[in-house]
Design a protein around this ligand. Structure first.
Ligand SMILES: [Zn+2]
Length: 384
């Protein structure tokens, strides 16, 4: 692949959107270099280190870094001693060189964030939203909020918009399916409609996937696994396996809330009965938080049995309103599971923690939908 080709993931992400102006961000190799610069933070990385970790020739690294510096995306981060030759100049990412926008389209609220290239939020807005009310109201609210967020900006170029909403939906085509509780959205091309209205490239994904993608920034490159369980107005999961977000071939993975765990249980918004979501929300509605946590814990234990993940992260407004009973309930369910499985104590203790970001986890992750493809998949550093 030529260094001028946009990575296929980025092409897929921006397909159907108005032209993204990303001259220096093009290319698989540039994405590898940018990924290493992003991970290194303020300390930066020297060109020999970039060559060693990407497998690129020193000449290729020099060409790419010159281009990134010319675009203002990379800058010198001081000199560092090297064994043998002359001190090498370290390069760092310039996080403020470009911005991304993340939209969390929740059922009753729109959270909009503007982030820098490091994924750190620099501005946040919140507005009421009626997701049920249909396209025109949603598009108008999104356009107004994005315009307001851009008006507050210092003029930093915006790469694109990541939009996260309840699923199910098709991430590849940007078309909604029968969104639980809002089946009238079925077949609506939300990504393209947003791109037309906002005049920016848009990437659309489920709220849970966006959150998980943002949270995966905390993992070592290409390693680690977790399930992000989001209990808000609905219940879903984002799955990160082997360091990468798992969407599945039809991008339908993570419909965690619609596992049937009580076949004659209460009717669920999806049309079936006894789903974890229905049991959880029914318990929350009668103020039985330990009961809701038990249902969530059964699902979390099933997930750990199925995928052998490293940790479980909890988020969503229902959890954030009362974190303790949910953390306790899910921890207890996983401890129960571990007791029945035996094995070493290290394997038994699957940590259950609150996800980073609080009420902004999904919106921050939505911005990461735009950023992640630009930073490529970075191979693990060599250990020799
Ligand atoms: Zn259901």
């Amino acid at each position: 692949m030529s260094s001028n080709d946009l990575p296929s993931v980025a092409l897929a992400a921006f397909a159907g959107s108005p032209g993204a102006n990303l001259p220096a961000l093009r290319g698989h190799n540039a994405a590898l270099v940018l990924g290493l610069l992003r991970t290194a933070g303020e300390d930066g990385v020297s060109r020999p280190e970039l060559a060693a970790h990407t497998g690129l020739t020193p000449q290729a690294v020099s060409k790419i870094t010159a281009r990134l510096r010319a675009e203002g995306l990379a800058a010198e981060a001081g000199r560092r001693a090297s064994t043998g030759g002359k001190p090498a100049t370290a390069l760092r990412l310039v996080p403020g060189a470009r911005h991304a926008i993340g939209l969390h389209l929740d059922r009753d609220e729109l959270t909009t964030v503007r982030t820098d290239l490091a994924g750190e939020a620099v501005a946040v807005r919140r507005a009421p939203l009626a997701f049920e009310a249909g396209a025109e109201q949603l598009l108008a609210t999104a356009a107004r909020e994005v315009a307001a967020l851009r008006a507050e900006s210092d003029g930093t170029p915006v790469l694109g918009v990541g939009a996260a909403c309840p699923g199910p939906l098709d991430h590849a085509t940007g078309v909604l399916h029968r969104v639980t509780g809002s089946p009238h959205w079925d077949g609506f091309p939300l990504r393209d409609a947003l791109a037309d209205r906002l005049g920016l490239p848009v990437v659309l994904d489920k709220d849970t996937n966006a959150a998980a993608l943002g949270l995966a920034r905390d993992l070592p490159p290409g390693a680690g696994s977790f399930g992000y369980l989001h209990l808000g107005t609905g219940l879903g999961a984002g799955l990160v396996l082997g360091g990468g977000l798992y969407r599945g071939p039809r991008t339908g993975a993570g419909e965690f809330g619609h596992q049937t765990i009580q076949w004659d249980g209460p009717r669920c918004g999806c049309g079936r009965c006894g789903c974890i979501e229905a049991l959880c929300l029914a318990a929350v509605a009668r103020d039985d938080l330990p009961g809701a946590a038990r249902a969530l814990g059964v699902g979390a234990a099933n997930l750990v049995e199925l995928l052998d993940i490293d940790r479980v992260l909890l988020g969503g407004r229902t959890v954030l309103a009362h974190p303790a009973p949910f953390l306790d309930g899910v921890t207890e369910a996983l401890a129960d599971r571990a007791r029945t499985r035996g094995g070493s104590t290290a394997r038994a203790a699957i940590p259950v923690v609150l996800a980073r970001g609080g009420p902004r986890t999904v919106a921050d992750g939505a911005a990461e939908l735009v950023l992640a493809p630009l930073f490529g998949a970075v191979p693990a550093p060599r250990t020799t």
